[in-house]
Design a protein around this ligand. Structure first.
Ligand code: HPA
Length: 282
């Protein structure tokens, strides 16, 4: 049974019920949440996760995932001696889900007492110096999704106007680079531009994003990061560069290509997360 450091009374009623259910059933309050993005879900099948405590999204009152064969769930387990919750699956705005659902797990982590969240996602490389299959630590984002998840009544106790100056925690980024260096891995870093999707971008949009200062483009993560910061969680985020963005190579983009590149990078991603956890200072 988990003890809560903060009240749940300012959550929408459905999230309040989900939080109560987690507190009742979860074996511990995790230090860290790791959100596993498209193609990066293999970590959820590692032995420690298999032996962990699983809570399906549907048991929390969340809808079933729309991707066939993928059960969205939270997995409470110990990885490299650290208590973590792995979030296998996420909800996207392009599926038609409201922002309160897309970002709901961040509210739950914040109020459970989780201290930090590592987001992962699949992204297209906008920076011509990047290569498919490389990982990129986010230094910052540009929100071109067309909305902000904090629109509407403010959910106390978070601030109405949260600061986003250092949304991607500089110290966690430094620790990720240290883990990559210890492994001899190339770890890029850069700015992620978030678009609503689900169509991929046009080549003209990608050229425009490059002028704006973007290094990678994707359709997720930014709403969750904004809400996580409002909840006071420390945030890190890693993109798997699954394709060169539209117009950069003489070929069309496909979701299959994205999933295959994610699967190919799964080993490197898991090694990076494990090395990061081994020496993590929160
Ligand atoms: N664009 C947007 N989202 C993505 C891409 C892309 O090229 N690759 C993976 N997710």
């Amino acid at each position: 049974m988990c003890k809560s450091p903060s009240p749940s009374s300012d959550l929408p009623p459905d999230l309040g019920a989900a939080l109560a259910r987690i507190r009742e059933r979860a074996p511990f309050v995790p230090e860290l949440a790791i959100v596993l993005g498209s193609g990066l879900g293999a970590l959820a099948a590692c032995p420690e996760a298999a032996a962990g405590f699983h809570l399906d999204f549907t048991e929390l009152g969340f809808p079933a995932q729309t991707v066939p064969g993928h059960t969205g769930r939270l997995i409470f387990c110990e990885l490299e001696g650290r208590r973590v919750v792995l979030q296998a699956g996420r909800f996207h705005g392009y599926e038609g889900h409201p922002m309160a659902l897309v970002t709901g797990s961040m509210r739950l982590y914040g109020r459970l007492g989780v201290r930090a969240v590592v987001h992962t996602n699949a992204a297209g490389a906008v920076n011509a110096g990047f290569r498919v299959g490389q990982l990129m630590v986010l230094t910052d984002h540009i929100n071109l999704m067309g909305g902000n998840p904090l629109t509407g009544p403010n959910l106390e106790p978070g601030p109405r106007f949260p600061d986003m100056t250092a949304a991607y925690d500089p110290d966690l980024r430094r620790q990720l680079h240290g883990a990559a260096a210890a492994l001899g891995q190339t770890l890029q870093e850069g700015v992620y531009v978030a678009v609503p999707g689900p169509s991929f971008e046009t080549p003209a949009e990608i050229r425009a994003f490059r002028v704006l200062g973007a290094d990678a483009v994707g359709m997720s993560t930014v709403p969750e990061v904004i809400v996580a910061r409002q909840e006071g969680l420390r945030v890190a985020a890693i993109s798997c560069l699954c394709n060169m963005a539209a117009g950069m190579l003489p070929q069309p983009l496909s979701h299959l290509e994205v999933l295959e590149a994610g699967a190919a990078a799964a080993g490197a991603f898991e090694a990076l997360i494990r090395a990061f956890l081994k020496n993590l200072v929160l």
